[in-house]
Write a protein that binds this ligand. Structure first.
Ligand SMILES: C[S@@+](CC[C@H](N)C(=O)[O-])C[C@H]1O[C@@H](n2cnc3c(N)ncnc32)[C@H](O)[C@@H]1O
Length: 181
């Protein structure tokens, strides 16, 4: 998708440190590291089936992915990035992100994990602390919704930007928030 490439070109700098929340097979991780010389990229995902979300890729029942074994996806991601010492895989839920990354350690965060409003809100709140002043909070699937999402990323992002009075830019499916603090 050209707008995701644009996002990398515009908001992810050479030599930066960032996190991708929600990695799946590592397609976007790969696009980032093949576009920019990244100092450190934390790639965080629990790589676990979550049957309570039957309609989602990781729910175990999605027609396209229903035979997907998450241990296998994780093993393939490990293989995919084994030669890149700057990619650090974190197999965990994003709710625990602050155990792994220090406050103000990051230049940017790409939020693409659980898209339910309450999870996106938690990811934004945590990443606000971990991303330094003037860095970027980037979110995928701004307009995405499903019956369990309670308004999804859009509701979470709009509420968050209003709460902290932060500028929001939407580029097709991608949201860009400058983390002024
Ligand atoms: C849409 S995929 C990510 C796609 C990837 N960012 C890309 O563009 O190639 C969503 C991922 O979020 C992960 N996920 C689901 N719940 C999560 C959570 N609570 N914390 C972190 N990741 C989560 C899933 O395991 C799945 O791999």
């Amino acid at each position: 998708m050209p707008h995701r490439k644009h996002l990398i070109n515009q908001y992810i700098e050479e030599g930066s440190i960032g996190v991708e929340i929600g990695v799946w097979t590592g397609e976007f991780t790969n696009l980032i590291i093949s576009s920019k010389n990244i100092k450190k990229l934390y790639a965080l995902d629990p790589w676990i089936s979550q049957p309570k979300y039957p309609g989602r890729w990781y729910g175990g029942k999605h027609p396209k992915f229903k035979n997907t074994k998450m241990d296998g996806v994780y093993e393939n991601v490990k293989k995919r990035f084994k030669d890149n010492k700057n990619v650090h895989l974190l197999r965990d839920y994003s709710t625990h992100i602050c155990k792994h990354i220090k406050v103000n350690e990051l230049d940017w965060a790409y939020i693409d994990g659980n898209h339910s409003c309450e999870f996106v809100t938690e990811d934004l709140e945590n990443c606000r602390k971990l991303v330094k002043n003037g860095g970027y909070l980037l979110c995928d699937d701004y307009h995405w919704k499903d019956p369990q999402a309670n308004g999804g990323p859009k509701k979470a992002i709009q509420h968050f930007c209003k709460k902290y009075n932060l500028p929001l830019k939407v580029i097709k499916t991608q949201a860009v928030i400058k983390n002024i603090k």
